[in-house]
Design a protein around this ligand. Structure first.
Ligand SMILES: NC(=O)c1ccc[n+]([C@@H]2O[C@H](COP(=O)([O-])OP(=O)(O)OC[C@H]3O[C@@H](n4cnc5c(N)ncnc54)[C@H](OP(=O)(O)O)[C@@H]3O)[C@@H](O)[C@H]2O)c1
Length: 345
């Protein structure tokens, strides 16, 4: 076989503007590997990219999707440590092996063609082996790439989480539920919010949340977090929502606690912008912006998850193909999911 099916955005105004194209299967060049993609995990970012709302550079006719798990099919000249048949994931940012990302210029499915295609060639330096014998599916491993690394970065990338510390997650999306699973396995006390009691039941029964809060029926959820923690507040917050929630997040934080600013799901109106500086000073808060994370952080997350066979939360899988990917993006945008939505090949 010499050709493959590739999905590309034609315009970026709605997520159904995808073309299904037949393109050559590329060869692995020097220091590169060719991967047969087995599963792709979707992210909120893929919707933002598809509707032209992603706040960082995006290639016009981009192949969407950043998170792939698959098998190495061939290795190029000069590649050491990988061989045909290795089960692998590819880091979100192809250029950052260690330390913070220096730009958003080398992320898959944005400035660089992504992984919603049958085969992909990537630099070997961006590839991480996952244990072949693990009980995790390709979809679960794909889910570790952006979401898992982001959550790992928030918990371990700076001030490492210690057992017994309290962590707050906002909503039951991919980053939150994956973070919940990681924090729980690390012995933390976990609190999660959601707009849905049914999702909170799942977060508790399936993913081990210690405490749950419905942010619709308990609009002053920060006060509830303070009550749960005996007035101490939480040590860590994965702030996935942005200016719409950051005021209450800072109110829910312990003195000296760390807030990882990750997402932009909820924006405050201009006239309601909170006095973040005042709140940060008032809590002695450590505020840290998260840019996914390096390959090193992905490796750490893979090791932690693989050693425990952690149940990375994949809620629904679709099959690769234009119509199914459009349906999957629509499902993700509807917010019905708890955890990850993936495309299996
Ligand atoms: N900075 C980075 O490196 C990085 C990395 C990954 C993701 N992100 C960003 O992080 C955010 C989350 O990503 P994701 O993939 O987890 O998204 P997702 O799976 O689409 O999460 C959607 C969920 O967020 C919750 N939500 C929405 N508005 C909320 C609010 N006002 N309060 C509390 N929860 C709210 C809802 O949960 P309920 O239905 O339970 O209410 C919703 O189902 C996105 O903005 C994404 O772009 C950033």
């Amino acid at each position: 076989m010499t050709t493959q099916t590739v999905l590309r955005h034609t315009t970026r105004t709605t997520w159904d503007n995808l073309a299904s194209l037949t393109e050559p299967i590329p060869s692995a060049g020097k220091h590169e590997v060719l991967i047969k993609v087995r599963s792709v995990a979707l992210n909120f970012r893929d919707i933002a990219v598809s509707v032209g709302k992603y706040p960082f550079p995006v290639k016009d006719d981009v192949v969407p999707g950043s998170d792939a798990a698959g098998d190495i099919v061939s290795v190029g000249e000069g590649v050491a440590g990988f061989s045909e048949g290795d089960k692998v994931v590819v880091a979100f940012d192809l250029a950052t092996a260690y330390g913070p990302m220096k730009s958003w210029g080398s992320g898959l499915g944005g400035p660089v063609d992504g992984v919603l295609r049958e085969y992909v060639v990537v630099p070997a330096q961006a590839v991480v082996k996952v244990p072949r014998a693990s009980g995790l599916s390709y979809a679960q491993w794909a889910s570790v790439v952006c979401t898992g690394t982001t959550a790992w970065n928030a918990l371990y990338g700076n001030l490492p989480l210690k057992p017994g510390q309290a962590v707050l997650f906002l909503g039951t999306g991919g980053v939150s539920i994956t973070g919940l699973v990681l924090a729980k396995a690390a012995g933390a006390t976990t609190i999660i919010t959601s707009s849905s009691d049914e999702k909170l039941r799942l977060a508790k029964e399936k993913y081990g949340a210690d405490y749950t809060i419905n942010y619709k029926t308990t609009p002053d959820w920060a006060a509830e977090v303070q009550k749960i923690t005996g007035g101490n507040g939480v040590d860590y917050i994965l702030e996935t929502c942005g200016s719409g929630t950051i005021k209450q997040s800072l109110e829910a934080l312990a003195f000296g606690g760390m807030i990882s600013v990750i997402g932009f799901l909820s924006q405050a109106a201009q006239e309601e912008m909170p006095d973040v500086a005042g709140l940060v000073i008032g809590k002695g808060a450590v505020v840290r912006g998260i840019m996914i994370g390096s390959k090193q952080l992905l490796e750490e997350a893979v090791r932690f998850i693989g050693a425990r066979d952690l149940a990375i939360p994949v809620e629904k899988t679709f099959t690769f193909g234009k119509d199914q990917v459009v349906e999957a993006l629509g499902y993700l945008a509807s917010g019905q999911h708890v955890g990850k939505v993936c495309i299996d090949f």
